[in-house]
Design a binder for this molecule. Structure first.
Ligand SMILES: Nc1ncnc2c1ncn2[C@@H]1O[C@H](COP(=O)(O)OP(=O)(O)O)[C@@H](O)[C@H]1O
Ligand SMILES: O=P(O)(O)OC[C@H](O)CO
Length: 493
């Protein structure tokens, strides 16, 4: 039996999962790391802590598994995307804290790009909406604020990478590479030519010398130094976490959709070998390349999902555990008079309003916490439904099911509401670690353990299916859309 070690370097924690060649989980280790919020809207992480926890969980997963280390034939890395790290080539030390994908500090720079009329050109080349979410403005910010950084970056003495790239550099002892799925989230990568784009590099004032080499998602990226895990493991798969979940959920056909409900929610649709430049506010990114040319995905990024549940629990103290939310929502049997738009950090796809903030409509004296909990879960379902509707306008195709994963997908009420809102079945696999599984599959392709997609299809896990109940939610969805419009029209500052 052969084994693959998958690293899932997420936003709040790092996980290492050892899979056997039949995609069964052999061992899991997980460790959270700190988040820093130095100013309102800013989010930072410590790159050294990301690295240390990653190495730690890998060592732990390997030790737990009690397999012969020589049988671990490959490693796959999947990661939170866009998060930006710049480090010194000689020492490997970061020159500034990691600027996390959620961080809004460069919102003004992004707005200025839009105001100067670059939005269409950037969308055409990168598939992205100009926003502080992506790496480009974050890299420029660090180069502008750390003394001497730009000069060193110009000489290739300071390097940029997303988390995959930073981990690869350290695990291998100096290989500076990334893959097309992560590169396509930087806003500097041309998703048609599959190369860094000179015009964009000039526009954002970023030297090419600091950027990593870009490979397909299944490739030989490098080998881990033996000092880390007692053996050298070839790293043969790297893929951004949302694209990895699309692969792990086996959405191999054009039109297939998955939604990962974590801290945020990310809905991705396989659009095949051609990128679709959306007319409805969706993003297009490279999904993977397993040696048959790039496959693209259209994406809707919803910024608030699990964070809403955490807010109800940790900040409002309305619930003791996320598990309570489904029953509370079910307890509201009448039409909910309340609509909650959880725009904590603006609204993402398809609305794109960075200035919007959360609003609650329809509070009366008879309002209870159950109404608010139900409104929160409904908001997550309706935001996802809005994304899926927008995708179908662009692709003009639809599939009869969507696949789901992530912590919030444990919520049966939400899954049923989603099925009714989009009029199709929602499939939740028994193995919810689909993000890590995608990276393991990718590494298995990269090292030749799996030949083709058919080999991977044999390793599908069973799913629980939520079929539409026939409930008509059109009135609720209309009220939701009105609430979103009102939220967007009424910024407080
Ligand atoms: N039954 C549930 N209903 C709603 N939310 C849930 C439930 N179980 C877990 N969650 C939420 O899932 C989120 C964690 O999901 P996870 O996929 O681990 O997120 P991430 O990978 O972004 O850290 C938390 O915000 C938690 O509140
Ligand atoms: O780490 P996650 O699961 O919150 O995913 C983060 C996304 O990749 C951000 O684009």
């Amino acid at each position: 039996m052969k084994y693959i070690l998958a690293i899932d370097a997420g936003t709040t924690s790092n996980r290492a999962i050892l899979f056997d060649e039949d995609a069964r989980v052999i061992s899991v280790a997980q460790k959270s790391f700190r988040q820093f919020f130095p100013h309102p809207g800013w989010v930072e992480q410590d790159p050294a802590e990301i690295l240390a926890t990653t190495v730690g969980v890998c060592a732990e997963a390997i030790a737990q598994a009690q397999v012969d280390r020589k049988d671990i034939v490959a490693m796959g890395i999947t990661n939170q995307r866009e998060t930006t790290i710049l480090w010194d080539k000689k020492t490997g030390r970061a020159i500034a804290p990691a600027i996390v994908w959620q961080c809004r500090r460069t919102a003004d720079r992004a707005e200025a790009m839009k105001d100067a009329g670059y939005g269409d050109m950037i969308r055409e080349k990168t598939g992205l909406e100009v926003d502080a979410y992506f790496s480009a403005t974050k890299i420029a910010y660090i180069l502008d604020h750390v003394k001497g950084a730009r000069e060193k970056a110009e000489k290739g003495e300071v390097l940029f990478g997303t988390v995959d790239s930073f981990l690869l550099y350290h695990l291998t002892g100096g290989v500076h590479r990334t893959d097309i799925s992560n590169a396509s989230r930087t806003m500097l990568f041309n998703i048609h030519s599959l190369d860094w784009d000179e015009e964009l590099l000039k526009l954002f004032n970023i030297p090419r010398a600091c950027l990593p080499e870009v490979l397909p998602t299944a490739a030989h990226f490098g080998d881990t130094l033996a000092e880390h895990f007692g053996i050298s493991i070839p790293i043969t798969g790297m893929i951004g976490d949302q694209q990895s979940a699309l692969f792990g959920e086996q959405c191999f056909e054009v039109g297939e959709v998955k939604s990962t409900f974590g801290t945020g929610a990310f809905v991705l649709m396989n659009t095949g070998h051609a990128p679709i430049i959306s007319e409805h506010g969706l993003l297009s990114s490279c999904a993977w390349d397993i040696g048959e040319g790039p496959v693209y995905a259209m994406e809707g990024s919803i910024f608030a999902c699990g964070s809403v549940i955490q807010w109800l629990k940790d900040d409002l103290g309305l619930i003791a555990s996320p598990d309570e939310t489904a029953a509370l929502a079910e307890s509201v049997t009448e039409k909910n008079p309340m609509v909650f738009v959880p725009a904590f950090t603006g609204l993402g796809t398809p609305y794109w309003d960075p200035e919007a903030r959360g609003t609650i409509f329809g509070i009366s004296r008879s309002t209870t916490k159950a109404h608010l909990v139900k409104a929160a879960l409904d908001a997550i379902a309706y935001m996802s439904a809005d994304v899926i509707d927008a995708m179908e306008k662009d692709l003009k195709a639809s599939h009869d099911r969507i696949l789901v994963d992530g912590g919030v997908s444990h919520n049966d009420y939400l899954m049923r509401t989603l099925a009714d809102a989009i009029h199709r079945s929602v499939h939740r696999p028994a193995l919810v670690e689909t993000t890590a599984l995608g990276a393991a599959f990718m590494a298995g392709m990269g090292c030749g353990l799996y030949k083709d997609i058919a080999d991977i299809k044999k390793r599908a896990s069973k799913a629980q299916v939520f079929a539409p109940t026939g409930a008509d939610l059109s009135e609720e969805r209309d009220r939701w859309k009105k609430a979103v419009a009102a939220t967007m029209a009424n910024h407080m500052d």
